[in-house]
Design a protein around this ligand. Structure first.
Ligand SMILES: O=C(O)C1=C[C@@H](OP(=O)(O)O)[C@@H](O)[C@H](O)C1
Ligand SMILES: C=C(OP(=O)(O)O)C(=O)O
Length: 413
């Protein structure tokens, strides 16, 4: 089914009960994999995600790198490996999908060059593919790095920081985009024995060694967002999402607060969270996604499905993700009765526009989150999702889990 060109999705009853299997966090898993590789030791990482982004990185790190390595469409793989291959002095070509070669990497390459990495651009300046030509420490460990484009550059640098001859002193320049992901990196480094300080715009990582230790990856809160949306749209819902924690390292664990006004009640238990439907409260007028950009599509589609208008800020980084997510939302929301308009610089609003199309066909732009964010709307009315296989990037079992929860998902003839 996942290999079909498109799937019809509907939910005959709108009532959902039971347990949902979530993937493990690909963000957490990919940090754990890079840190293990940098430690030079072997130890178990439990609950490694079956997401392609994680399986790919695991494969690449557990076999000798060939002359050319592809990070495919995985941002963390591309950015984390650029720093990893630089710090370990490897000589190879690092590339990715055509879209990956449109996702900027200049900030990270400039920073690594200042540390002593030899890196050439093989295509457009500032973008993959990269020719990695080895590393000779420049003698300088103090870097100023723009922090308003992608936190992945900062995370990539931080993880190699303790292995550099004098550690790493980073000054973050500008607003700090996706900051919880930087904190997740530092928390995982701390778990593996590496202490750093993060005060204001300064991060300091002294030279240290990673200490090998078994690690268990938490379930993925970003993937949980689709079940929050499903709960909000359902007639009736009582769902259990195992292995999510209140003291999560993931910034997307803001979901309980963010989704409460949309009518989702979260109860934490030692084994995971229980989601139940409650009346929609007055939704927040404006939600800021600067710290949790991966939730933006879920909320935009949900607002359309619930018929509520909401302002959205902090969407700047969406333009350089798997697709231009703002443009993608603008094209697809219209089909489900809403419009996303920029009402002031960097302030967007979901407006209720006209009647939704009957059985709309949602184009997914090679973006897993377009497929996963729009599929829940099938509770309100049947729809078609194109290229359902995109979900393999972060949640390969997504369609199976929808079926388990009573959705009908069938390949389009
Ligand atoms: O570090 C990470 O694991 C991630 C950081 C975020 O990217 P940006 O920092 O580019 O916003 C997020 O959107 C991505 O899905 C995963
Ligand atoms: C933006 C994402 O991933 P990445 O940047 O790692 O490709 C995502 O999973 O939504």
């Amino acid at each position: 089914m996942i290999s079909a060109a498109a799937v019809h999705v509907k939910h005959p009853t709108g009532a959902l009960h039971g347990e949902v299997t979530l993937p493990a966090s690909k963000s957490e898993a990919n940090r754990a994999l890079i840190i293990r590789a940098l430690s030079g030791k072997d130890y178990p990482i439990h609950n490694l995600s079956d997401a392609n982004d994680t399986q790919l990185l695991n494969r690449l790190l557990s076999t000798p790198a060939g002359a050319e390595v592809s990070a495919e469409d995985a941002g963390t793989v591309m950015r984390f490996l650029t720093a990893y291959y630089a710090a370990t002095g490897q000589k190879l070509v690092l590339t990715g999908t055509p879209r990956m070669c449109q996702r900027p990497i200049g900030v990270l390459v400039d920073a690594l060059r200042q540390l002593g990495a030899q890196i050439e651009y093989l295509g457009q300046e500032g973008y993959p593919p990269l020719q990695m030509n080895g590393f000779e420490f420049s003698g300088s460990n103090q870097l100023t790095v723009r922090s308003d484009i992608s936190s992945q550059y900062i995370s990539a640098l931080l993880m190699i920081g303790p292995l550099l001859p004098q550690g790493l002193e980073l000054t973050l320049d500008g607003k700090i985009s996706s900051e919880p992901y930087i904190r997740m990196t530092l928390a995982q480094m701390a778990f593996f024995g590496v202490q750093a300080t993060f005060e204001g715009q300064q991060i300091s990582v002294p030279r240290q060694e990673y200490v090998p230790k078994e690690y268990t990856v938490e379930s993925d809160w970003s993937a949980a967002s689709y079940w929050y949306s499903i709960t909000a749209l359902a007639q009736e819902a009582d769902l259990f999402l195992p292995a999510l924690r209140q003291d999560s390292l993931q910034g997307d664990s803001v979901l309980p607060q963010l989704m409460a006004p949309f009518g989702v009640k979260t109860e934490f238990t030692p084994a995971g969270v229980r989601l139940t439907k409650q009346p929609v409260q007055e939704p927040l007028d404006r939600i800021d996604f600067y710290a949790c950009p991966d939730l933006a599509q879920t909320v935009a589609a949900l607002a359309a499905g619930l018929g509520v208008e909401v302002e959205m800020t902090g969407l700047e980084s969406l333009r350089i993700k798997e697709t231009d997510r703002i443009a993608a939302l603008q094209f697809e929301l219209v089909k489900v009765g809403a419009e996303l308009r920029e009402i002031a610089p960097d302030v967007f609003k979901v407006f209720l526009a006209k009647k939704p199309e009957d059985s709309p066909t949602i184009h997914t732009y090679e973006d897993h989150r377009m497929a996963m964010a729009f599929a829940p709307l099938a509770i309100k009315q049947p729809l078609v999702i194109e290229e359902p296989k995109v979900v393999r990037k972060s949640y390969p079992r997504y369609w199976d889990e929808l079926q388990k929860a009573g959705f009908e998902v069938a390949a389009r003839k």
